[in-house]
Design a protein around this ligand. Structure first.
Ligand SMILES: [Zn+2]
Length: 116
C-alpha cells in the first residue's frame, strides 16, 4: 500500500513539474526556465539525500549487547526440585546478579545454598 502511495506521489510531483515547466516556457525562454528549475531542485535533492541517509542510519540502530560478552562470576547455587528432589548446580552466573531459579516438575526449584 505504501509503495502504491509513493508511486502516485512521485507521478503527481513529476506531473506538476512537467506542467509548470511547460507553462513557464510559454512566457519565457526555455534555457532560463531549465536553469531556474535546476537551481530550485538542487537544494531539494540535497535535503532528500540528507533525509534518506538519516533514515538509513536510524533503521540500522545499535545491536543489543551480545549476551556472551557479559562478565560471569563463579558461584555455587544449588537448586532442589520441591516435587521430585532433583538437584541442579549452577557454577557461573552474570556478575552481581542472582539468576531466576530453574523450573522442574512445573514448579520453581528452591535454592538450597545460601546467597552471600
Ligand atoms: Zn522435579
Amino acid at each position: 500500500m505504501l509503495s502504491v502511495a509513493l508511486a502516485a506521489l512521485s507521478g503527481l510531483i513529476w506531473g506538476v513539474g512537467d506542467f509548470s515547466g511547460g507553462k513557464a516556457t510559454q512566457r519565457a525562454a526555455v534555457l532560463p526556465v531549465v536553469w531556474i528549475s535546476k537551481l530550485i531542485s538542487l537544494p531539494l535533492l540535497v535535503i532528500y539525500l540528507i533525509a534518506a541517509r538519516s533514515i538509513a542510519n536510524f533503521s540500522k540502530g545499535e545491536p543489543p549487547p551480545d549476551p556472551s560478552e557479559r562478565e560471569l562470576e563463579d558461584v555455587d547455587y544449588r537448586y532442589k526440585c520441591i516435587v521430585c528432589g532433583a538437584q541442579v548446580v549452577l557454577y557461573a552466573a552474570p556478575e552481581g546478579e542472582v539468576p531466576d531459579p530453574p523450573r522442574h516438575c512445573r514448579e520453581t526449584m528452591s535454592l538450597v545454598t545460601p546467597v552471600e
